[in-house]
Design a binder for this molecule. Structure first.
Ligand code: ATP
Ligand code: MG
Length: 423
């Protein structure tokens, strides 16, 4: 016998017992996104490496050290997608979705890949659900996407979440502020953590979201980005805040919130949970007006977010430790040659009539099959012996009450809905 093979470090199986949580999140998201006229897009899991280098930025953690990149057999550099925005924007440009005119509201879900140190809330294959609104620079679009994220999290019953927002302004505001920040930080250079020292020249804004205690203290007193916005950018930010207030969505300003990706402009936001420990950000997003052009498309303002599904599901499990289960109508047991032959036919007929049926395939003693019926969670157990098969009848037992009756299979098919309700 060969040695057993295990899943790759940083990946996890989602087993049937757990998948109910995932399906609940997906169903809730579909409903909420559908109501706001977002349409699903499915893009490939891998893309040319250059898409992410250009679309996420060389100076980010993702491109700098987290990408799963490899050469394929044709010597092309391929990368497993680390996030969903770059692929969605590539597709938007390639398929000329901009030519349809108006605003494109897209959403996606699926696995993402980042070479990170696996730990609670951090995997190498993880899942996101995300939205992208392409073609609107209106602050209402920023607020719409935030409101949808809030609705989704609320519909799932999650509590102790808070929304942080900031504005990084447009490209020029960012440039201007960058210099202000470098001037402020340079005298502290020796006190910054090594990563931040390195970022002082490459990507100084990222120093603001360092996790190092001393760097945080220094960053806390840094000049505020929102004090350096142009009047126009300042107006955008003010409108976003006003509309959030009008919608009753509470938020706090966080001047250290810059987010990892280079292409963000104006609004940046995160939704953070108090119940998750160190990896507490459930949703991250913002406006990225420069990206579509950067990737070769027409100048197109855009805004979006991504929710980390593993972290969301941890929160759901904290709320309710019983997995949502699909309910089963019938558990069908049978014994004897004729009965077993009949069981498959009856199961199919019931399924075609809209009922769910689990067929016991064991052929073991009825007593053992009954035990499994009890555990199955079915509303009713159907029992077929050779006598029933010969008469085309079946025994029906409502599992909650133990009430049992014999009836013809035709009657069962005709009245199954009522019979189950009576249970
Ligand atoms: P972090 O600061 O936690 O590294 P990030 O800025 O890299 O987050 P984003 O790229 O904004 O994260 O991704 C959005 C969300 O996806 C995160 O808020 C998180 O919920 C989830 N996420 C990101 N990376 C991972 C990972 N390696 N494992 C699990 N979830 C992740
Ligand atoms: Mg990260």
């Amino acid at each position: 016998m060969g040695s057993t093979i295990q899943a790759i470090r940083g990946t996890r199986d989602i087993l049937p017992e757990e998948v109910g949580y995932w399906q609940k999140v997906e169903a809730t998201a579909r409903e909420i996104l559908g109501k706001a006229a977002y349409r699903e897009i499915r893009t490939p899991i891998f893309e040319q490496t250059s898409l992410f280098e250009r679309g996420i930025g060389e100076a980010t953690d993702i491109v700098g050290k987290e990408m799963y990149s490899f050469k394929d057999r044709g010597d092309r550099s391929i990368t497993l997608r680390p996030e969903g925005t770059a692929g969605a924007v590539r597709s938007y440009i390639e398929n000329k979705l901009h030519a349809l005119g108006g605003v494109q509201r897209l959403w996606y879900t699926g696995p993402m890949f980042r070479y990170e140190r696996p730990q609670a809330g951090r995997q190498r294959q993880f899942h996101q659900i995300g939205v992208e609104v392409l073609g609107s620079g209106d602050p209402r679009a920023d607020v719409e996407v935030i409101a949808i994220a809030t609705d989704l999290l609320q519909s799932l019953g999650l509590q102790n979440l808070h929304l942080d927002i900031n504005s990084v302004g447009d490209r020029e505001d960012k440039q201007r502020y960058r210099q202000v920040l470098v001037d402020y930080l340079t005298p502290y250079k020796e006190e910054l953590d090594p990563d931040s020292q390195d970022r002082l020249t490459r990507n100084p804004l990222r120093i603001l979201d360092s996790k190092d205690q001393r760097t945080i203290e220094i960053a806390e007193n840094a000049p505020r980005m929102w004090d350096y916005l142009s009047p126009e950018s300042g107006r955008h930010f003010a409108q976003v805040q006003q509309m959030l207030t009008e919608l009753g969505i509470s938020y706090q300003l966080n001047h250290r919130l810059v987010r990892g990706l280079d292409y963000y402009t104006h609004t940046a936001f995160e939704i953070i949970s108090d119940n998750l420990g160190a990896q507490a950000t459930v949703c991250g997003g913002g406006r990225y007006d420069g990206l579509v052009k950067e990737l070769g498309g027409p100048e197109t303002p855009a805004v979006g977010w991504a929710i980390g599904l593993e972290r969301l599901i941890v929160l759901l499990q904290q709320l309710d430790s019983t997995t949502p289960q699909a309910n089963l109508d019938f558990y069908l047991v049978s014994r004897g040659t004729d009965a077993e032959a009949n069981s498959l036919i009856l199961a199919q007929k019931l399924r075609h009539s809209g009922f769910s049926v689990e067929l016991d395939l064991s052929g073991s003693a009825f007593s053992k099959q009954f035990k499994r019926a009890d555990k199955s969670g079915a509303t009713a157990c159907l029992i077929l012996g050779d006598e029933e098969a010969a008469n085309q009848t079946v025994q029906l037992k409502i599992l909650a009450t133990g009430a049992q009756q014999s009836l013809s299979q035709t009657a069962l098919l005709a009245t199954a809905a009522e019979l189950l309700q009576r249970g």
